[in-house]
Design a protein around this ligand. Structure first.
Ligand SMILES: Nc1ncnc2c1ncn2[C@@H]1O[C@H](COP(=O)(O)OP(=O)(O)OP(=O)(O)O)[C@@H](O)[C@H]1O
Ligand SMILES: [Mg+2]
Length: 279
């Protein structure tokens, strides 16, 4: 446990014999390390003293009331906040031991390593095939047409969409249903073989069946990727996340193994929020 970050490091390592699905050794392999992260939009501070370790090949859920800084935090992990002129940050965000804000960090390469899926499915106005093939081509991950076909199929299969689209790959991505479009966006994200996938409320625009499909998918994808997802749905956090961080007014109030946090939250604020008494 890191003494700098007592609140933000899971307090209870999962013990052997408990009904956790993950392999304990893998679950404690560090992917992202955040220390003393502060962020301001102009004069307004949106993140305060964020300390958190995010574990590889796990799902971590970020929960908390609207405006508490969840999306802002996600954008610190792939430097998307750089695109907002008023933003100023302090502190350390390390991915696999590398400072993501270091001048030598290649932002394009970083965004390949950290994929993102948004609340509203946003396929490009191109074919289903091109939605998946475009980024790998841009990043020079494929040269031959056959490799490209194979990669597109693999990504669509991993996103659980292949069977539904294999006979209409040239149709526009936007012709799919909302849930299919979201899986297409997931296929697009995984096609460049990222290490981390950020998901900002990936199911909030979807019906319950599409939501369940994406939740199942997250469970499968964590075998290969580190997933950090934002949700307002407490049941979803409890179902999909190995770890959960509760944000409130720009701070992390509590971070723990999801099962521990949902059964015995350490802080009253967390308990009030997860039991729906917030506000
Ligand atoms: N581009 C921006 N410019 C200025 N302030 C911003 C910007 N984006 C977010 N903020 C402010 O930062 C704070 C955190 O916002 P953020 O969007 O990160 O919250 P959130 O937890 O994702 O909320 P929600 O659950 O509603 O999506 C809010 O006070 C918000 O108004
Ligand atoms: Mg948000």
């Amino acid at each position: 446990m890191n003494s700098q970050a007592p609140e933000a490091t899971p307090q209870h390592a999962p013990s052997v014999g408990q009904p956790y699905t993950r392999n304990d050794e893998a679950s404690h392999d560090l992917s992202i390390r955040v220390r003393d992260l502060n962020l301001w939009y102009g004069k307004n501070q949106a993140l305060t003293d964020i300390n958190i370790d995010l574990f590889r090949k796990n799902v971590t859920a970020l929960i908390g009331p609207s405006g508490c800084g969840k999306s802002t935090f996600l954008r610190c992990l792939n430097r998307m906040n750089d695109l907002i002129p008023s933003v100023r940050t302090e502190g350390l965000v390390e991915m696999d031991g590398q400072d993501v804000n270091a001048p030598k960090m290649d932002e394009v390469a970083l965004r390949r390593r950290v994929g993102m899926v948004f609340q509203k499915p946003n396929p490009f106005p191109k074919s289903i095939f091109e939605n998946v093939a475009y980024a790998p081509r841009m990043h020079d991950l494929v040269s031959r047409k056959a490799d490209q076909d194979e990669l597109v199929e693999k990504a669509l299969r991993s996103a659980g969409l292949w069977n539904e689209v294999k006979d209409k790959l040239q149709e526009p991505g936007t012709s799919l249903s909302g849930g299919q479009q979201q899986r297409l966006c997931i296929a697009r994200a995984i096609a460049v073989q990222p290490d981390v996938i950020l998901m900002d409320e990936p199911t909030s625009a979807l019906d319950p069946i599409s939501t369940a499909t994406i939740e199942d998918l997250m469970d499968k994808l964590k075998k290969d990727f580190t997933i950090i997802t934002v949700t307002h749905n407490m049941q979803q956090a409890a179902r999909v996340a190995d770890y959960t961080a509760f944000f409130h007014l720009g701070e992390i109030i509590e971070y723990n193994d999801t099962k521990v946090m949902f059964s015995t939250p350490a802080k009253k604020k967390t308990e009030d929020y997860i039991s729906g008494r917030y506000g």
